[in-house]
Design a protein around this ligand. Sequence first.
Ligand SMILES: Cc1cc2nc3c(=O)[nH]c(=O)nc-3n(C[C@H](O)[C@H](O)[C@H](O)COP(=O)(O)O)c2cc1C
Length: 173
Amino acid sequence: MASEPVNVNEFQELARRAVPKMYFDFYNGGAEDQHTLRENMEAFRRITLSPRVLVDVSRIDMSTTILGYPTSAPIMIAPIGLHKLARAEGEVATARAAAACNTIMAMSFSADCTVEEVASSCNAIRFFQTYVYKRRDVTAVLVQRAEINGFNAIMLTVDTPRLGRREADIKNN
Ligand SMILES: Cc1cc2nc3c(=O)[nH]c(=O)nc-3n(C[C@H](O)[C@H](O)[C@H](O)COP(=O)(O)O)c2cc1C
């Protein structure tokens, strides 16, 4: 790719070149035969946009709110673990990017940075993702730390009672 990326797919190709294969496979892969991963993309392809014609488009505003918090577009950063595999600053860099784009960052429980580091790095609107652990006191402490550090919402992941069988990660050890 000679020039700057012009769409999301091209970012994927840049990422492939930027990080070791093992890390790229972790970020890029899904579980088992990756049916859901493919279907997630197909679902977006099936959506047809119907432009409204003869309307004033001189000023386009996609801003909205998510749980009452403002965002420049109905797009936010999903919780993804281990950002330091991609960049030394990890989730701090992601939070700064979210703030620069006026969007919301959901920080993973499996983050490489602490909630304190992310909170002190910028004023991004941030949600904290967690699971409900067998030890409820562990969950409570995580939620309290997030709250003290200005996280605005808790994103509860309920579909991971067991980890998915991510075959690329198995092959990469
Ligand atoms: C590499 C990777 C790591 C992820 N880590 C987390 C995580 O730590 N916590 C979580 O709740 N979801 C995690 N997810 C799930 C994503 O947040 C998201 O729900 C999932 O990728 C589906 O959204 P998508 O179709 O936009 O990819 C992860 C997904 C990927 C691909």
